[in-house]
Ligand binder design. Sequence first.
Ligand SMILES: [Fe+2]
Length: 422
Amino acid sequence: MLATDLPTSMIPPATLPPIDLARPFQLALAPGRAALAAASAVATAPHLNATIMLVDDEPINNETVQLHLENAGYRRFLATTNPLEVMDLVRDHHPDTVLLDLRMPALDGFEILAQLKEAPHIRHVPVIVLTASSDAASHLRALELGAHDFLAKPVDPSELVLRLRNTLVAKAYQDHLINYSQLLEEQVRLRTAELELARTEAILCLARAGEYRDDVTGNHVIRVGRYVHVIARELGIDPNRAALLEQAAQLHDIGKIGVSDLTLLKPGKLTMEEYAQMQRHCEFGLKIIQPMADTDWQTLHGSVPAVHGGGLASSPIMRLAASIAYTHHEKWDGSGYPEGLSGARIPLEGRITAVADVYDALSTVRPYKQALPQDECFAILREGRGTHFDPQVLDAFFACQDEIVRIQHQLADAPRTKTSIS
Ligand SMILES: [Fe+2]
């Protein structure tokens, strides 16, 4: 019997027609055995490093296809005659392409295609179906289940190699896109983290710059921010917003930059005029954080919602910071400043910062006072429930007082070494 009388899949590899691997995307017909040299010339082509999985319940079919492909330069194979182990093999070895027989016992090719389609991390592995059937319905069903291509049995070696190469090239493009997409996502993630870190550091630097004017160096702004975060969480505020509040609260006294040294650093009691100027640090803070608000400042008088909704601030964190800087000295009963707002008209972020700021002022050393004992600090805060402080916010503070005290100790200031103003 001549080799040409054999089923194609049974043709010994030595009689394989040549494959022009240098010309992709062409189903070239075999021009002759001499052209096998061309295959060796491109033996280093990346697609030849692909891992090809062969699935057929007849061992001879796997062996024959493998020999055809070895002759074309492929060298990595994964073969099985057991359809039940296909999914595990694909998961474990991540082949670049699966050559799948359709008619198999126990589990046929359709079922394997269906399982692959549902598997999260391997559903993109391309499958070339090998079938002796020319039944259009079977082809359609296989395509619906995600088959990428078909090869008729008996397999024509030329067609096998070229269809496989085309499939691998397409998969290589797909992998490249997936990798590129993952790379971009990673770069965006890193860049976002860098920007967030830069923002965090910039806010802290600005807050500390303000502290230096007030001779309140140390961790005051950090502690106030942390207290605000804890209270906000206890109040049920969204974690992302609570994290923003922590940073925004660090800028609560940044407006003190605008208060004159004579007033800010005055060791004795302030005159009425000096006290009025000191109170203006809320206004200055708003202007510093919201430079765009300058021309519209007058419109804010008595209209705190404009701080939030007036379109004057840029980012959400700076809008919160501006609101806190402006309203953290307001009191629940309306006796605070600068607006004399009362109750819920005071933005929640201002009410929370008021509690955190007062607690830190009471519990730490200041140039003009010693730190008060814990019980005394708590007693003073309780006295202000419903007058100075929002009762709900104060209750949240006491609900997490253990965490507050823990933060206080963790972030305690080092003993002061510079001359204090008393
Ligand atoms: Fe303040």
